[in-house]
Design a protein around this ligand. Structure first.
Ligand SMILES: [Zn+2]
Ligand SMILES: [Zn+2]
Ligand SMILES: [Zn+2]
Length: 159
């Protein structure tokens, strides 16, 4: 059953990337599926078809698409560790949590993301601070973000 689970997990991540990680509004070249929605290079045979409710297919080049997939995969791997890890939830040092965070942060630049910031105090998470991934429910959809665990202790401090 492993293969089935992997396929389902990939399909779920594919939908997330297609729906929540594409530019709004799309640049004109990308609306018709002729260019990558992210970098606008012309779509070739390696381009990935994204899920779309539009009349035309929307596509991502392999490099842009895999960078965004890696961002989502590493976020969920970090999140699933923290959900089961008491020290991480308490904001204490955890080598596994730290390792997953570092792996995730490496994917941010290639995926075109800003450096991770706390959803509560909006400060960029510093390397020496502890941080946890949080799934934040908005009105229309949800957002994968980050927070300082146990409150933003140094909120307002000059940095
Ligand atoms: Zn691209
Ligand atoms: Zn941990
Ligand atoms: Zn904070």
């Amino acid at each position: 059953m492993t293969a089935v689970q992997i396929a389902e997990e990939l399909a779920r991540l594919h939908r997330l990337v297609s729906w929540f990680d594409t530019p709004v509004p799309l640049p004109a070249e990308a609306v018709t599926g002729h260019a990558c929605v992210w970098c606008l290079i012309p779509a070739d045979s390696t381009a990935v078809d994204l899920e779309s409710a539009a009349d035309y297919p929307q596509r991502g080049c392999l490099s842009c698409y895999s960078a965004r997939l890696a961002w989502h995969i590493s976020w969920y791997e970090w999140h699933s560790h923290v959900a089961e890890c008491f020290p991480c939830k308490q904001g204490r040092m955890c080598f596994v949590g730290r390792g997953r965070r570092i792996l995730h942060e490496l994917t941010a630049g290639p995926a075109g993301k800003e450096p991770p910031a706390c959803f509560s105090c909006h400060r960029t998470l510093l390397a020496q601070e502890t941080a946890i991934p949080v799934r934040w429910e908005g009105e229309a959809s949800f957002h994968l973000g980050y927070a300082h665990p146990g409150g933003c202790a140094r909120k307002g401090a000059a940095l």
